[in-house]
Design a protein around this ligand. Structure first.
Ligand code: ACM
Ligand code: ZN
Length: 628
C-alpha cells in the first residue's frame, strides 16, 4: 500500500517536472515552418519583461504589444541593449520581404527578426498566438505565470495584398468599431483595410468642399426589417439613422491601422451607388435626384443613383472629392467602385447623349469607361492608382487600373491577361455577407459561402501569370449587418480561412485547419469576439429522387460529426436515429429536426425545418436514387 502511494507521488512529480511542450501549436495563418521543441519560456507573475526593439519600430510596436499584454498582467521594461533583453525585436536586413520574420522562443529568451516593421509586427502576432487563450480576456488584469512553448518559426506571406472590406454605408459602424475590426484582422496578418465609405444608403466621409454630403447624405430614416422590403422614407420623416467620419476620425483610424501594419484603402463608389450624393447635390443627377437617402427600400432602376456623366459639374465634384480623399489617405490606391452602375437614365439624358456624341462613344458601357478613365487621370495627377470592381472592364479598361474581381474569377482572369493587376475576391469564396450555414439557423441574408468554401479559395487560376495577382480579400457588405457584433459573426471564422489562403503557401489540410479553428474559437471567446460556429451545423440538402419522392441528405463540413434527426416533433439528441444515408419524409411529418454531436457532445445548433420548406427546396434538385 505504502509502495503504491510512493509510486503515485513519483509519477505525479515526474509529470509536473516534465510538462511536455506541446508537439503542435495552433497558429492561423499556418507559418511556412514551425518547429516546437522541448521546454517553455515563462513570463513570471509580477516580474516585468525586459524588451528591446530596434529604434525605428520601437514606440509603435511596443505600444501595441503592451496593450495586448495588459490583460495578462505582463509589463514591459524597455532596455537599450538587445543582449540584455528577454524579448528582442531586431531589424535584420538579410531577411528578404519586409513582411517575413523569424521567431525563436528559447527557455530564457525570445527573439523576432525581420527586415521591416511588418515582419516584426507579424513575429509579435505569432508570439501572441502561442499564449493560452486566457490572456485575451478584455478589461482583466490577471496574475499568473504564463508559459509559451519553445519554438522556431520561419515565415513569409504568399501574397502582398491580404485585404478585408467593411461596408459602413448600409449600416454605420463607429470609429471605435472600425478600429476594432482593423485590430482583429491584423491579428491574422491581413494588411489592407478596404473602407467602403459611400453608397446609396449613406455617405460616410466628411468632404470640406461639399459639406452636404455628410450633413444630408449620411442620414436616413430609421428602419429595421429585411433589406429591399423596407418602406421608403416618408416626406418630412426625420432622418435620424446614420453617421459619418470627420477628417480627424480618418487620421486617427489611418494611424491606428499603420501601427498594426494595415493600409487603409478608401472606396468612393461612383458613378453608380450614388443616391446619398445625389440627395445632397441634386444637380449631379441626369433628371431628378431621389428625395431621400435609401433606407433599404427597393429602388434600383426606378430612382436615379448614378452621377450624370454628361454634366461637367460631375467632374468638378469628383476632382474635389478625390483630391480631399487623396490628401487624407496615404494609401497608394483609391477604389472608385464602378460596380452595378444603372445606365438607364444615361441613355435618355440629353447631356449624357451629348457627351457620347462629342467623345465618339457608341454605348453607355463606353460612357462608364470614359468616366472611369477620367477618374484614373485625376488620381494619377495626385500620385494615386485606381482600383475598381470588375465592371470597370466593360467598355474598355483604364490604362493602369487594378481590377477587383467579385463576379467570380473571370473578370480578374481577363484583366490579368490584359496585363492589369488584380485583386481576387470572388463572391463564392470571399463574400462574408453570404450565409455560412443552414439558412433557417442563420440571420437572414442570401446565397451561400461556407467556411470550407472560403478555405477552398485559390487566388491564382490556372493559366494566369501569378505576378498580376496582388492577392485577395474578404468583403463584408452590410445590408444585413446592423451591429458590430453581427459583423464579427459574419467575418470569423471565414476570415481566418481567407487569412490562411492569402498568407500561407503550400498544401492545404482542411482537417488540420479545423483543428486550429477549434482552438481559435476559444481564443475568440476569451477576447469576447463573436465568431460563428455554423461549421458544426448539418448541411440539409433536399432533392427530388428519380422515384419522384422528396429525399433529404444530411451532410457535414467536418468529418468527425455525428448527425441525429427526427421527424416526430421531438428534439434529437444522441439517442435519436443517427443519419447514415438519404431518407424520405414520413407521411404527415411537418418538421425535420437535426442535431450534430462531436466526441459525444452537442456540437452544432438544433436545426428545425418545416417539411413544406424542404419540399420546396427539393424542386430544383433532381437525383437518381436506388438501383435504377
Ligand atoms: C459588389 O458586390 N457590388 C461589388
Ligand atoms: Zn446624364
Amino acid at each position: 500500500m505504502k509502495m503504491k502511494k510512493y509510486l503515485l507521488f513519483v509519477t505525479l512529480w515526474l509529470c509536473m517536472e516534465a510538462v511536455a511542450a506541446p508537439t503542435s501549436v495552433s497558429l492561423i495563418p499556418k507559418p511556412e515552418k514551425a518547429e516546437v521543441f522541448e521546454g517553455h519560456f515563462t513570463f513570471r507573475q509580477g516580474k516585468p519583461v525586459s524588451v528591446y526593439c530596434d529604434e525605428s519600430a520601437a514606440a509603435d510596436l511596443l505600444e501595441v504589444l503592451a496593450e495586448k499584454f495588459k490583460p495578462a498582467g505582463i509589463v514591459l521594461e524597455p532596455v537599450s541593449d538587445p543582449k540584455k533583453a528577454q524579448l528582442a525585436f531586431v531589424l535584420d536586413a538579410t531577411v528578404k520581404n519586409g513582411e517575413a520574420y523569424s521567431l525563436r522562443v528559447d527557455k530564457k529568451r525570445i527573439e523576432v527578426r525581420a527586415s521591416a516593421y511588418g515582419g516584426l509586427f507579424y513575429g509579435m502576432q505569432t508570439l501572441l498566438q502561442l499564449f493560452p487563450a486566457a490572456i485575451r480576456v478584455p478589461d482583466a488584469v490577471q496574475c499568473a505565470d504564463w508559459q509559451i512553448p519553445c519554438i522556431a518559426v520561419e515565415d513569409a506571406p504568399r501574397f502582398g495584398w491580404r485585404g478585408m472590406m467593411l461596408d459602413v454605408s448600409r449600416h454605420f459602424f463607429t470609429k471605435e468599431e472600425v478600429m476594432k475590426y482593423i485590430d482583429e484582422l491584423s491579428e491574422y496578418k491581413m494588411n489592407v483595410f478596404h473602407w467602403h465609405l459611400t453608397d446609396d444608403q449613406g455617405w460616410r466621409l466628411a468632404i470640406e468642399s461639399f459639406p452636404r454630403l455628410t450633413e444630408v447624405g449620411a442620414w436616413r430614416a430609421r428602419r429595421v426589417g429585411d433589406w429591399w422590403t423596407r418602406e421608403r422614407q416618408k416626406p418630412g420623416e426625420p432622418a435620424t439613422y446614420g453617421g459619418f467620419y470627420t477628417r480627424e476620425d480618418v487620421r486617427e483610424v489611418v494611424e491606428y491601422a499603420r501601427k498594426r501594419h494595415v493600409t487603409v484603402m478608401p472606396e468612393i463608389d461612383v458613378p453608380g451607388h450614388s443616391v446619398a450624393a445625389l440627395v445632397a447635390y441634386p444637380e449631379l443627377a441626369c433628371f431628378k435626384a431621389p428625395d431621400a437617402v435609401n433606407v433599404g427600400n427597393k429602388f434600383y432602376g426606378e430612382d436615379e443613383n448614378s452621377l450624370c456623366v454628361g454634366n461637367d459639374s460631375t467632374f468638378v465634384f469628383m476632382e474635389k472629392v478625390l483630391s480631399e480623399v487623396a490628401d487624407l489617405f496615404p494609401c497608394p490606391y483609391i477604389h472608385i467602385g464602378g460596380d452595378e452602375c444603372f445606365k438607364g437614365f444615361w441613355s435618355r439624358c440629353p447631356k449624357c447623349r451629348a457627351r457620347m456624341e462629342a467623345e465618339g462613344l457608341d454605348n453607355v458601357q463606353q460612357l462608364q469607361s470614359y468616366f472611369i478613365k477620367r477618374m484614373e487621370k485625376i488620381l494619377k495627377d495626385k500620385g494615386k492608382r485606381l482600383v475598381g470592381w470588375d465592371e470597370i472592364s466593360e467598355g474598355g479598361l483604364a490604362p493602369d487600373a487594378t481590377v477587383m474581381s467579385w463576379r467570380g474569377m473571370s473578370g480578374g482572369i481577363q484583366a490579368a491577361k490584359e496585363g492589369h493587376h488584380v485583386i481576387m475576391t470572388p463572391n463564392e469564396h470571399c463574400y462574408l455577407d453570404l450565409y455560412q450555414g443552414e439558412p433557417t439557423a442563420e440571420p437572414n441574408t442570401y446565397s451561400m459561402c461556407r467556411l470550407s468554401d472560403s478555405y477552398a479559395f485559390e487566388p491564382v487560376p490556372e493559366g494566369v501569370d501569378s505576378s498580376y495577382i496582388l492577392g485577395g480579400q474578404g468583403n463584408l457588405w452590410a445590408e444585413s449587418v446592423p451591429t458590430f457584433r453581427h459583423a464579427e459573426y459574419m467575418v470569423w471564422p471565414r476570415g481566418w480561412a481567407l487569412a490562411e489562403v492569402l498568407w500561407s503557401g503550400g498544401e492545404k489540410d482542411w482537417s488540420d485547419f479545423i483543428r486550429r479553428v477549434t482552438v481559435h474559437f476559444e481564443r475568440a471567446d476569451s477576447a469576447d469576439i463573436n465568431c460563428s460556429r455554423s461549421v458544426y451545423n448539418a448541411i440539409v440538402t433536399p432533392f427530388t429522387g428519380s422515384d419522384g419522392q422528396v429525399w433529404i441528405e444530411l451532410g457535414k463540413e467536418i468529418d468527425d460529426l455525428d448527425i441525429y434527426y427526427t421527424f416526430d416533433g421531438t428534439n434529437p439528441d444522441k439517442h435519436a436515429p443517427v443519419y447514415t444515408e438519404p431518407v424520405t419524409i414520413p407521411l404527415n411529418a411537418t418538421r425535420l429536426r437535426v442535431m450534430t454531436y462531436r466526441n459525444g457532445k452537442p456540437a452544432g445548433q438544433l436545426l428545425s425545418i418545416e417539411t413544406e420548406e424542404l419540399r420546396s427546396r427539393a424542386k430544383n434538385t433532381k437525383r437518381v436514387v436506388g438501383n435504377l
